[in-house]
Design a protein around this ligand. Structure first.
Ligand code: NAD
Ligand code: WQD
Length: 332
């Protein structure tokens, strides 16, 4: 079975390509390298000992996408490609709406034309906005607080409408919580350019002495130690969730949404302390004001993914911290 992975050179896409290849799927990647590098393909091939067919293309290019679908005979798609930085989306909303929506519409049109109607889509816990209670189940009300989140919600709506129009589609919407960590080999991981926005990439750069100290955004939340609580999930566990989702869309028609998280929440200070302990390295930090738009706590109910997809996260926070640091050490 041949799976097209859009954005397959990126952080989550690359780990998913490894799991797909290890599970016996043929993999075709389309990525325009706007936030990744082509050598990721070599690394995926080194880890798995298998070949990946790579196209450096923009998914918004319909002619090229048509050519790829014609020559590759794609059975199913995992759609990761898109821009993902919340702050940048506030500053450049049109760029976010254009890239994330346009690429998805083009992809879906081409899939329809080629009668390929199985898709797994990367959504985000950001579609829950500020949840009224915890843990978050898939039927919670949806609301967004920034253009990035709105693109995810709009794409979910587009996929819903598409399914209503044609019940032949099989669609799995995966709402990721906070992916961190890296592949055990240290060959692939998260490597953002410039100053990171997210917690783990920032911690790693402080530990590596590229940045002086971490700013902890607020210690007056109603949480275990006052700092923000999130559901961090190892990227390899997350990648494995995509294999289960591909199995599901291959087997059953329909549209459904699944939270992919661990179901456990950790505070910023718990993450810092675990990182320091397992890696035996210092992470200097200071407490600063809350970051605008942040919520106090967020973690998933994973029951639906457990029950319906037969998936659950296995790796603990210690492995997430260890593997994130191992990736940096192997790539100095
Ligand atoms: P990433 O930026 O590492 O990967 C995205 C990839 O898509 C990049 O390689 C980029 O070059 C490519 N891309 C972007 N626009 C493209 C286009 N028009 N045509 C072709 N390629 C294009 O991001 P990631 O962390 O791997 O995230 C993957 C997906 O998961 C995204 O849709 C993101 O919104 C979603 N997501 C990520 C997180 C997270 O914390 N990392 C959380 C929830 C959801
Ligand atoms: C985690 C915690 C911060 C940085 C974002 C997106 C979301 C999703 C995942 C894509 C919070 C604190 C952070 C720092 C800190 N991405 N923090 N100092 O905000 O949960 O979610 O990434 O879909 O859409 O919004 O993740 O890693 O930014 O923050 O104290 O320098 O760490 O306040 O409590 P977040 P994050």
């Amino acid at each position: 079975m041949k799976v097209l992975v859009t954005g397959g050179c990126g952080y989550i896409g690359s780990h998913t390509c490894v799991e797909l290849l290890d599970s016996g799927y043929d993999v075709v990647v389309v990525d325009n390298l706007s936030n990744s590098k082509e050598d990721v393909i070599d690394k995926i091939e080194t880890i798995t000992g298998k070949k990946v067919k790579f196209y450096k293309e923009d998914i918004c290019n319909k002619d090229k996408m048509n050519e790829i679908f014609t020559s590759e005979k794609i059975d199913a798609v995992i759609h990761f490609a898109g821009f993902k930085a919340v702050g940048e989306s506030v500053a450049k909303p049109l760029m976010y709406y254009r890239n994330n929506i346009d690429s998805t519409l083009t992809l879906l049109e081409v899939m329809k034309e080629h009668n390929c109607k199985k898709i797994v889509f990367s959504s985000s816990a950001t579609v829950y906005g500020k949840p009224a209670s915890l843990p978050i189940t898939e039927d919670f009300p949806l609301q967004t607080t920034n253009p990035y989140g709105s693109t995810k919600l709009m794409i979910e709506m587009i996929l819903n409408d598409l399914y209503i129009s044609d019940n032949d589609w099989s669609i799995a919407i995966l709402r990721y919580f906070n992916p961190i960590g890296a592949h055990k080999s240290g060959l692939i991981g998260e490597n953002p350019n410039g100053i990171p926005n997210n917690l783990m990439p920032y911690i790693v750069k402080v530990a590596n002495k590229e940045l002086q100290e971490l700013s902890v955004f607020g210690n007056d939340y109603d949480t275990i130690d006052g700092t923000g609580v999130r559901d961090y999930i190892h990227v390899v566990d997350l990648a494995k969730g995509h294999i289960k989702a591909i199995e599901k869309v291959t087997k059953d028609k329909g549209i459904d949404k699944y939270n992919l998280g661990t179901g456990k929440g950790y505070s910023v200070l718990q993450i810092i302390n675990t990182f320091k302990t397992v890696n035996n390295i210092d992470v200097p930090y200071k407490i600063v004001d809350r970051r605008p738009g942040d919520i106090d706590a967020c973690y998933a109910s994973t029951k639906k993914a457990n029950d319906v997809l037969n998936w659950h996260a296995e790796l603990e926070i210690e492995e997430m911290c260890r593997d994130a640091w191992n990736f940096v050490n192997k790539n100095r």
